[in-house]
Design a binder for this molecule. Structure first.
Ligand code: ADP
Ligand code: MG
Length: 701
């Protein structure tokens, strides 16, 4: 408990403090006025000099700030008139940091630090600070300082300010009033601190004057606040239950990437030791979703995505992203969601969300008018902004809105999102890797249709993904047996564990339990892996060596030239390659991406191409399958059918192609009746052919 100090004592103590410690800084600030409008003092300095004063600041911030500003004006500066510097404090001790969910009435009118992620920011508006009122009866103008967020109006025209004393009507005279810039923001708990499944709690903070405009949605920061109450009304009635709000004193942006991950020297030793382990890639895989059987390549790809490649900046100012985007498309029940959850568990920073996001900002960002801004325009960050410098795990990506689809292009490639609407103009950063899962529209994956059609996503957006895996759920005796025994084993392990917990004297021993858990216990613990990833991303920036570059180049050139035409494998995919090789080097904390890293990248890309680019008929690899869903052989056949229809229409006096003749001619071109029928159906589905009368075909164009 801080001891009571009189106002004079406080002013005197502040004055001494300023004179001894901050004289130069105050002078500097005054000279820089009005660009600098406040003096920012480190809490530590006050604490060192004067413990009672430091304690006073936390316990009675209102009095402390009021007196500090009086004392500030007593310090001589070589500027006339003396500017009214605002007093701000930063660097509160750990003990004054409070989780958003733990803010209670005990904190009212105290100074505390809250940490989190800025979700929304309103536009800047002038707020009345020093109101000038005109009495409509006598016409005199008088002043009334405004302290609260609700306008305080005079009851009578004040006689001590030459007024008439009547309770006439009063009007605000804006020219004579003093305004300050004001903005509201909403901060939410960072996802890392949340226990699984908890919804992040939010808190409203008011910022004023020179702090306005310094914060954008998606920022991670510590905001030092004085906690205040705000009266609430229900119609004309004032309620006794108040809302709590924060009044910002200062803002400290996070100064290091992944600040929230604390790595001790012991952790570092352990990290460095693991990086030398020749089995590191297997250990990583063994620790990634061990309850999910198989999916070796997908797991490897997701692990590389966790580490990410190197973001680069070029001398001309352009940049290329280092983040790997991965998409999993496939049948229901193939563990897509489970894998996503795992990614978000292991990533040092991540957001897990569904494409069908409920918030107005959707996946990207939006300017909205909502209750929070009381009709003001508010800029709200969506998942991709909140996941800046981390990973956005988006399930059910097929369900995202059209609006999100269009802003995703920019978000995924340029890694920023621009919003320009109604006085709000902002470019928010979204330097994150996107890991998405999508279900086909018709429930099951259809190898004859393009992925783009199946999940309703334009090919241009699909091409932003470095890797696309199509996960099919096809019955196979061998695979099913292994999968089933793995899942059953997992469940039995869980059963024995639960059984032992409730019946310690039951028939199962710890040995039984351990034997069952043996295969599904992650090799490395999730908390440690998160630290490992954060360490690698912070410190390691690998460079491709020449052998690696050569190998990737050869693979790329071969791949492009093994295609007959219409190549969908582009330079963008080539960049994806490089990112994977870099990530692979990062896994073992190597500054050089070697031939082995290039090979690992190629194995994964090769698997991806096979999973989405395989012609279901010939069993050969065909990149066109990704973009169009039609292989060369299918396309050639469809082209042949189109030609036949064209010919028949010209020959036939009715201008249509009869079905029987069509199939006959197709056979002459070595196309079986079955395949010809399938091709006609596909052409009809694509709208290139129609059937004016049953059994008669015509071309649309
Ligand atoms: P999806 O999102 O692809 O529809 P889920 O991730 O919800 O599928 O998985 C459905 C269930 O099937 C989960 O409980 C998951 O553990 C199980 N499952 C699916 N594939 C595997 C696998 N390969 N190994 C272990 N469990 C699996
Ligand atoms: Mg799912």
């Amino acid at each position: 408990m801080a001891i009571a100090l009189s106002q004079e004592e406080l002013v005197a103590q502040w004055e001494n403090f300023f004179r001894d410690y901050y004289k130069d800084r105050i002078e500097e600030a005054a000279l820089d006025w009005p660009d600098t409008r406040s003096l920012v003092v480190d809490y530590k300095d006050i604490d060192l000099r004067d413990i009672t004063l430091a304690e006073y600041v936390l316990e009675h911030p209102t009095a402390a700030f009021y007196t500090a500003e009086i004392a500030l004006r007593m310090i001589d500066v070589p500027v006339e008139p003396k500017p009214r510097l605002k007093f701000r404090i930063q660097g509160l001790p750990e003990t004054a940091t409070v989780d958003i969910r733990d803010l209670r009435s005990a904190h009212l009118n105290k100074m505390v630090a809250v940490k989190g992620l800025v979700k929304k920011v309103t536009e800047v508006r002038p707020k009345l600070e020093d109101a000038a009122f005109r009495c409509t009866l006598c016409g005199c103008i008088f002043r009334m300082p405004q302290e609260d967020y609700i306008l305080e109006e005079p009851e009578v025209c004040p006689e001590d300010q030459a007024g008439c004393g009547r309770s006439g009507r009063f009007k605000v005279v804006s020219e004579s009033s003093g305004f300050v810039d004001h903005q509201k923001l909403e901060i939410q708990e960072s996802p890392e601190g949340l226990r699984g499944g908890d919804q992040p709690q939010r808190f409203t903070i008011h910022v004023e004057d020179d702090l306005v405009g310094t914060i954008t949605p998606g920022d991670r920061c510590t905001i030092n606040i004085v906690m205040r109450t705000q009266g609430r009304r229900q119609g004309m009635l004032k309620l006794t239950e108040f809302a709590k709000v924060g009044e910002a004193v200062s803002v400290e942006q996070e100064h290091q990437d992944y600040d929230e991950v604390v790595i001790t020297p012991e952790d570092e030793d352990e990290i460095l030791a693991l990086s030398q382990d020749p089995l590191i890639y297997d250990k990583m895989r063994g620790s990634f979703a061990p309850t999910i059987w198989g999916m070796k390549e997908v797991k490897d790809a997701l692990i590389l995505a966790l580490f990410g490649g190197v973001g680069k900046e070029y001398p001309d100012g352009s940049r290329s992203r280092g983040d790997t985007h991965v998409l999993m498309v496939g049948d229901p029940g193939v563990a897509k969601s489970q894998l996503l959850r795992y990614v978000s568990k292991l990533a040092p920073r991540s957001i897990y969300t569904s494409g069908k996001s409920a918030s107005a900002a959707g996946l990207t960002a939006a300017a909205v008018r909502d209750e929070f801004g009381e009709g003001q325009w508010t800029l709200e960050a969506g998942a991709l902004v909140l996941a800046d410098l981390g990973i956005a795990c988006i399930d059910e990506l097929d369900k995202m809105s059209k609006q999100d689809q269009s802003s995703m292009h920019q978000a995924m490639e340029q890694q920023e999102i621009s919003v320009a609407k109604a006085g709000i103009q902002a470019t928010l950063k979204s330097r994150c890797s996107v890991i998405g899962a999508a279900n086909p529209k018709l429930g099951r994956f259809d190898p004859y249709q393009s992925i783009s059609d199946q999940i309703d996503m334009p090919p241009a957006l699909l091409s932003r993904f470095d890797l696309i895996f199509s996960l099919k759920d096809e019955p196979s005796r061998e695979f099913d047996t292994k999968l089933a025994s793995h899942i059953l084993r997992t469940h039995r392990a869980g059963e024995v564990h639960t059984h032992r917990k409730h019946r310690p004297d039951g028939k199962y021993t710890i040995e039984d339990e351990n034997a069952l858990f043996d295969k599904i216990v992650p090799t490395l613990d999730a908390g440690f892996l998160r630290k490992y990833v954060a360490y690698a991303k912070r410190n390691i920036f690998p460079v491709l060596d020449e052998d690696a570059a050569k190998l990737i180049e050869e693979f790329y050139v071969d791949l492009r030239n093994s295609q007959k035409e219409g190549i969908a494998f582009t330079a963008r995919q080539l960049e994806g390659f490089v990112r994977l090789a870099e990530a692979s080097a990062r896994v073992r904390l190597s500054e050089i991406a070697t031939l082995d890293d290039a090979k690992r990248a190629i194995t994964i890309v090769d698997h991806y191409l096979r999973s989405v680019g395989m012609d279901p008929e010939s069993g050969t690899f065909d990149i066109d399958m990704i973009a169009t869903g039609t292989s060369h052989s299918q396309r050639d056949r469809m082209q042949a059918i189109i030609n036949i229809i064209k010919d028949l229409c010209n020959e036939n006096e009715r201008g249509t192609a009869p079905r029987d003749e069509l199939l006959e001619r197709a056979e002459m071109h070595n196309i079986s009746k079955e395949k010809a029928k399938a091709a006609v159906d596909q052409l009809k589905a694509k709208g290139q052919v129609y059937e004016p009368r049953s059994g008669q075909y015509r071309l649309t164009t």
